[in-house]
Design a protein around this ligand. Structure first.
Ligand code: GDP
Length: 591
């Protein structure tokens, strides 16, 4: 049996698509005891809520469980606006010890949730899936706050059937992403099978089951990880770096090991050298009973893991969400600085000299985004953590290459002044909380740009064509010469120059007629009357001469190297013939 004294509260993150019911579920778990300052009530932290074991056991409706569980309670990270719990690390693993993945049973998994599941898999974080909103099922007869099975057994058969169908769709989706899953009450081995619990955040049905399974997972998988040293130096993960009025830059963090005291020397991760500073104040939310007070926070001198707190200290500006924070002493500081630098450097963020600019909410999510972009061979000029600021926009809009005048934000906000500036500039912004959406949107945009510029080019560029003056078809000798021609390949347009087979310009096409009608272009195979300004028939041109559209050298280069894919077979043939003529005298022409 593990010594209870040294077990800290497991940290639980709640993930899932927006509107699938994370906040409602957390509110239900918190229940009404938030307000009360009474013993055993839940405690509000910064960015987290702690629910003590007594409250959980009571909610499970089985006091005898108290003896079975040794963890002191559960600490729920409860800032669901903060999407990237999954990328919050602690010592290379996930910060959260456990997770609840919420899915609307009527809608199934959305891409963001699937990404979260994959990250949980990578970090081997134990989790449960809750299939929420069962009360929305047609004909559902709620039994408020009952355990799922009690409620399920009271439903009509066709309602049960409908729920089962929806439920197995969720199981099937989990299977497709590589998880064995089953209804929680049928699972013997939670190590190899993911428990899925149908619930309603509204009616409270199934909530007790969620808490039971979480405690079970904590007990079974985490005991060893939850051992901590209450008097040891504090170890934390930065949740958020925030400006607070009157306090300057502050850092919200989850302390998951040891102790943190006012005046402690701390080391924090940043993109450059780790920050070394001293804790000026440790802040907790004021209890609700004192909320009338002017100040949102109350100061404390000391905290012990696991807690969510805010600290103020000098020089916090470069601090990064998702990086470690550790308490140091004169003896340990050098090693801690080195370790933290290594930990942050281990997050591979290689940048290129030219490329797009990216921002993400934490160092972990930035790394995930960089990895995915690299897989797609998308060049990155700069990668940074934080919301999109006015300065980012100014910087990116100074980039001339339009394909790099792009800012990609993952899980970040666009600050209001940045939004205004972006609207006035020509930069392209992509913001999303699903990595693969960002990448798809960016790729679609690049493709669109390419097509547009090809279209622009092909509209302005002179294309090659070959035509022949037909026999007995001289209608006028000169000024302009009017002759019948047959187009052998390519498309002939008016106002383009004509060369002979020595590459010498002989005149300019002034007009084209087909059966006495003026036309702007003539295609392969057509026989038309052509007015050519410049030559006199019998001198510069004569019957049966083969003539060519004179493609300027710069256009020839673009045709050959950039848009040859968009040329038709006979245009390509005309280009080849024309290049041969030009390169007879000058092998480097248009190269
Ligand atoms: P979040 O964005 O994941 O935090 O989702 P919320 O908890 O804010 O819920 C989104 C919406 O779904 C709100 O209108 C909730 O009232 C509603 N909702 C959440 N859980 C349930 C549920 O179990 N049943 C029903 N009918 N509605 C729910």
């Amino acid at each position: 049996m593990v010594d209870k004294k040294n077990l800290r509260t497991p940290i639980v993150s709640v993930m899932g698509h927006v509107d699938h019911g994370k906040t409602t579920l957390l509110d239900k778990i918190r229940g009404s005891s938030v307000a009360a300052g009474e013993a055993g009530a839940i405690t509000q932290h910064i960015g987290a809520t702690e629910v003590p074991i007594d409250v959980i056991v009571e909610k499970c409706g089985n006091p005898s469980l108290r003896e079975r569980f040794v963890v002191p309670g559960l600490l729920f990270i409860d800032t669901p606006g903060h999407h990237a719990f999954t990328s919050l690390r602690s010592r290379g693993g996930a910060l959260a010890d456990l997770a609840i993945v919420v899915v609307d049973i009527n809608e199934g998994f959305k891409p963001q949730t699937i990404e979260s599941l994959q990250i949980l898999k990578r970090f081997k974080t134990p989790f449960v899936v809750v299939a929420n909103k069962i009360d929305r099922i047609h004909g559902w007869n709620p039994v408020p706050n009952a355990s799922f099975l009690v409620s399920y057994n009271k439903q009509a058969e066709h309602v049960q059937q409908y729920l089962d169908n929806k439920f197995y769709e969720v199981i099937g989706e989990l299977f497709n992403i590589g998880f064995n899953a089953d209804r929680y009450d049928r699972i013997k081995d939670f190590q190899h099978t993911i428990g899925v619990i149908p619930i309603s955040g509204h009616t409270g049905e199934g909530i007790s089951d969620v808490l039971m399974v979480l405690l079970g997972l904590a007990q079974k998988f985490l005991e060893a990880n939850l051992q901590y040293d209450a008097s040891g130096p504090g170890v934390a993960t930065v949740l958020e770096v925030k400006e607070e009025r009157g306090l300057g830059t502050t850092v919200d963090l989850i302390l998951y090991d040891g102790m943190l005291q006012k005046g402690d020397t701390i080391v924090l991760g940043s993109l450059g050298e780790p920050i070394q500073t001293k804790v000026r104040a440790i802040l907790k939310p004021r209890p609700l009973s004192e909320i009338k007070s002017e100040e949102k926070f109350q100061q404390v001198d000391k905290v012990i893991a696991a807690v969510g707190i805010k600290i103020s200290a000098p020089n916090l500006d470069g601090a990064l969400a998702g990086t470690p924070l550790r308490v140091a002493t004169a003896e340990t500081i050098d090693k801690i600085v080195k370790d933290i630098k290594q930990e942050v450097d281990a997050v591979h963020i290689d940048t290129d000299t030219m490329g797009i600019t990216i921002k993400a909410d934490t160092i972990g999510s930035l790394e995930a985004l960089v990895n995915e972009l690299k897989k797609e061979e998308i060049a990155i000029r700069k990668a940074d953590v934080g919301d999109i600021t006015h300065r980012d926009i100014v910087e990116v809009s100074a980039i001339e290459e339009s394909q790099y005048s792009v800012l990609v934000g993952f899980n970040v906000k666009i600050l209001p002044d940045a939004k205004e500036k972006a609207q006035l500039s020509n930069i392209k912004l992509f913001v999303n909380d699903v990595i693969y959406r960002l990448i798809d949107d960016y790729k679609d945009w690049i493709e669109e740009q390419k097509e547009l510029s090809e279209k622009n080019i092909s509209e302005t560029i002179v294309k090659p064509a070959v035509f022949q003056i037909m026999r007995d078809c001289i209608f006028r000798q000169s000024k302009p010469a009017v002759v019948g021609v047959r187009i052998r390949s390519g498309i002939v347009r008016t106002n383009t120059e004509v060369t002979n087979s020595d590459g010498v310009v002989v005149g300019k096409i002034k007009g084209l007629q087909l059966r006495s009608e003026n036309i702007g272009t003539a295609r392969t195979g057509m026989e038309v009357a052509m007015a050519i300004e410049g030559p006199t028939v019998g001198r510069q041109i004569k019957e049966e001469d083969i003539l060519y559209v004179n493609v300027p050298e710069r256009h020839a280069k673009i045709l050959e190297h950039e848009i040859s894919d968009s040329l038709s077979a006979d245009e390509l043939e005309a280009l080849d013939v024309f290049l041969d003529i030009k390169r007879k005298d000058n092998p480097f022409w248009a190269k």
